[in-house]
Design a protein around this ligand. Sequence first.
Ligand SMILES: [Zn+2]
Length: 345
Amino acid sequence: MILEKIDQLLNEVNNLKANNAEEIEQLRLKYLSKKGEITALMADFRNVAADQKKAVGMKINELKQLALQKINELKEQNEVAEESADDFDLTRSAYPIQLGTRHPLNIVKNQIIDIFQRMGFTLAEGPEIDDDLHVFTKLNFAADHPARDMQDTFFISQHPNDVTKNILLRSHTSNDQSRIMEHQKPPIRVICPGRVFRNEAISARAHCFFHQLEGLYVDKNVSFTDLKQVLLTFARELFGPDTKIRLRPSYFPFTEPSAEMDISCHICGGKGCGFCKHTGWVEILGCGMVDPNVLEACGINSKVYTGYAFGLGIERITNLKYRVADLRMFSENDTRFLDEFVAAE
Ligand SMILES: [Zn+2]
C-alpha cells in the first residue's frame, strides 16, 4: 500500500511543471512542507512491517531527494527565463543614447595640433616631472630667477649643492625644447602639448596646473618673419580668416628677441568688450627667436642654426573660443559643464 503511494508520488515528482515562482512555491508546499505529501508518508511508515522498514525508508528518502532536486531545477529554469524575458522586453520605452564628450581642453588642443601638423610640425611629449637642468638651466634662466623660487614652482627634491639637480614639477612645457634639442639634430620642427604646474592659489583666473603647447623650429636661416607668418596662419585657422595679429616686444629668458602675440578679440570682433578689456585685442601666446645661449647649451651650433619658439596656454584659447568664465570648471568634472560639449569635434 505505502509502496504504491511512493511510486505514484515518484511519478508525479518526476513530471513536475511550473510556469512561475508562485506555482513552484505551491509545489514545494504540496510535497515538502510539514503538511506535505512526503511528510504525510512518515505517518504511514510507522505501520510498515519491521522487515520492510529499511527498503521503504530508502524509497521515501529517494522520493524526498528527487522532490528537492526537481523543485530546485524548476527554480533555476524560472530565473533564467525571467532574465531573458527582460532582455527582450519589446514593450519597454526607448531611452536616448548617452553620447560621450571630449573635454573642451582636448577639443581645442586637438584643433591646435591639427593646424600645426598641417604646417609640417611633428608631435612630441616630455616629462611632467623633470630636473632643473632641463626646465631652467639649459633655457638660460639666471641662477637667481624667481621661477626657481619655492613661491612659484613645486619642488619634489632640492639638491643641497647643485641647483641643476633639483627635481620639480615643470612650470612650462619648454623643458621639452631642451630635451628635444639634446637628442635631435636640426632641422627640428615640433610641437609639444602638456600639463604644467605653478604654485598659485586656485581661483577663477588662476590654477595650480594648466596646459600649454610649445612650438620649436630650428634650422638654417630661420627668421622672425617665418615665425610671424606661421603664427598668423595659425590664428586665422583657429579663429577665422578675418583674425588679425599684433606682436608686442617682451622678455623671456630663452628667446631673444621676444614678443607677446595678441589677436583681434574673437568675441567682439575688435570693437572692444569686457573680455578684451575694451582694447579689441587679446593676448594668446609668447614667442621669439631661440636665444643662441639655449642652442649652445643643448649642443646646437648657434653660428650655423637659428630657430624660433612659441608657447601658448590651452585654457586661455579655450576661454576665448568657448567663453568659460571660471578656470576651475576645467578640472571639476561637473557633467553639466562637460555635457555642453556633446558632439563637439
Ligand atoms: Zn572683445
